[in-house]
Design a protein around this ligand. Structure first.
Ligand SMILES: Cc1cc2nc3c(=O)[nH]c(=O)nc-3n(C[C@H](O)[C@H](O)[C@H](O)COP(=O)(O)OP(=O)(O)OC[C@H]3O[C@@H](n4cnc5c(N)ncnc54)[C@H](O)[C@@H]3O)c2cc1C
Length: 407
């Protein structure tokens, strides 16, 4: 083997999950290469990027703890304080307010590129990290002692190969992991809305019979749209002129944001769910969307991926410190899988069930949902528990998320 192509860990995918892992592994002192097929994102400027995520408090704590937050342009990381959930033809609303759990805000709306560029910048400050772009992976092999990647830039070897290469992970496929996958028959239309009303720093989710419509505050007068709708309905909206789309959106919003000033440029993502039978095998682990793809209705995918990365880094770093210095051993990787897979499964199942329940068009279901929203709004302890979980502040989290370790 050529020593210049040997690493302790190869991470395929320099997205939110992969780049978080590279930063979080710094204390391990391991020699890491992060590989991506695309060029690195630049800090966003001017108009908002179309890919925006709601980062919860737990993810923010992780990013602060691994020193990546300092590189984020926080003039473009907008705090939201409330979440309101309602459904069409009903006055019932379920409200989550950060004040109810004694927190100053629930999370931040932030462009994915803003987070990724910050993570990559931080990862680059560690001389044990190499960041390699323009990679095409042609094959992989796993043996007892190391993993080998075959790429357009030659063979690379490592004791652990991590697939952080998103929902259509080539690493997952090449490793032959069985997966449970399904399509929602929906697409999510995203775009930035400029309007003349007041969003009150509130994320708003309205369940329409065609699917959930999410409005995420980006700045005064600006929101990100995440409109999940049935395929046929989505294609109609995508084919509309700017003026027609503005009208359709205003109708769906029912006056929620006041008048829309600019109809947003829009793109759409087909929505699917996927969970492999396992996350790990000897010498290989999956994290982020490569390990689980979830409906975006509660804005959780990126947060789950960042937590996966923090957990995997913790499990590896603990063992390395104990001088059990092989990060690719199955037993070690199983610790990560045992921690994350059941929790992620709960979120995946809950989002699929919610999407199904709220897409059901029968009027009996509509009345049931209204009653459910009213009731859920009143059960304060359950609401608080749910909020802490969604904010990434619950107990079963890696130490990187704990309050006392955050700046
Ligand atoms: C419409 C929409 C709205 C969403 N909103 C939210 C939200 O509000 N909150 C939230 O938490 N989540 C949200 N999500 C989910 C979130 O965007 C994803 O969970 C998150 O981006 C996954 O991060 P990742 O790093 O695992 O994968 P990705 O972001 O997909 O990154 C994968 C990386 O791997 C690279 N790569 C892929 N294939 C290869 C290859 N063959 N070789 C080399 N490199 C490769 C890619 O270039 C990329 O850099 C949303 C998703 C959608 C579709």
């Amino acid at each position: 083997m050529n020593p210049s192509n040997q690493y302790d860990i190869l991470i395929v995918g320099a997205g939110l999950a992969g780049a978080t892992l590279a930063c979080a592994l710094k204390p391990s002192g391991l020699n890491i290469a992060v590989l991506d097929r695309n060029p690195l994102p630049q800090p966003p400027q001017g108009d908002y990027e179309l890919r925006v995520s709601s980062l919860n408090r737990g993810s923010e704590r992780i990013l602060r703890q691994i020193n990546a937050w300092q590189h984020i342009d926080d003039t473009r990381a907008y705090e939201y304080k409330k979440v309101e959930v309602c459904q069409e033809n009903s006055t019932s609303t379920l409200t989550f307010n950060c004040a109810d759990v004694g927190e100053p805000y629930m999370g931040r709306m932030i462009e994915n590129a803003n987070v990724v560029q910050a993570l990559i910048r931080q990862a680059g400050t560690n001389r044990n990290n190499s960041i390699i772009n323009g990679i095409t992976i042609t094959d992989l092999s796993l043996n007892e002692d190391y993993a080998t990647l075959f790429t357009n830039q030659g063979e690379m070897h490592a004791r652990l190969l991590v697939g952080a290469d998103g929902p259509r992970s080539i690493i997952r496929k090449m490793a032959g992991f069985d997966e449970v996958q399904g399509f929602y028959g929906q697409q999510c239309i995203v775009g930035t809305i400029h309007f003349d009303g007041d969003h009150r720093q509130t994320a708003w989710q309205k369940f329409l019979s065609t699917g959930p419509l999410g409005i995420l505050p980006l700045a005064p007068g600006y929101c990100s749209l995440a409109w999940s709708c049935e395929n046929e309905f989505a294609i109609e909206r995508l084919n509309e002129s700017q003026a027609q789309f503005k009208e359709s959106l205003e109708f769906a919003l029912g006056g929620h944001l006041g008048q829309i000033i600019d109809a947003p440029e829009r793109i759409s993502y087909p929505l699917s769910h996927m969970h492999p039978q396992r996350y790990v095998t000897h010498r290989l682990a999956l994290i982020g969307d490569a390990a689980h793809t979830i409906h975006p209705l509660a804005g959780l995918g990126a947060n789950l991926g960042i937590t996966d990365a923090a957990v995997l880094a913790k499990v590896i770093t603990e063992k390395i410190t104990l001088n059990q210095a092989d990060p690719g051993q199955y037993d070690l990787l199983r610790g990560y899988e045992r921690w994350r897979k059941p929790l992620n499964q709960v979120y995946l199942s809950t989002m699929s069930a919610l999407n199904m329940l709220f897409s059901e068009k029968l009027s009996a279901f509509s009345q049931l949902r209204s009653a459910g929203l009213r009731l859920a709004d009143k059960i304060t302890p359950a609401k608080r528990l749910l909020m802490r979980r969604a904010m990434g502040l619950d107990a079963d989290m890696p130490s990187l998320q704990h309050r006392d370790e955050s700046p």
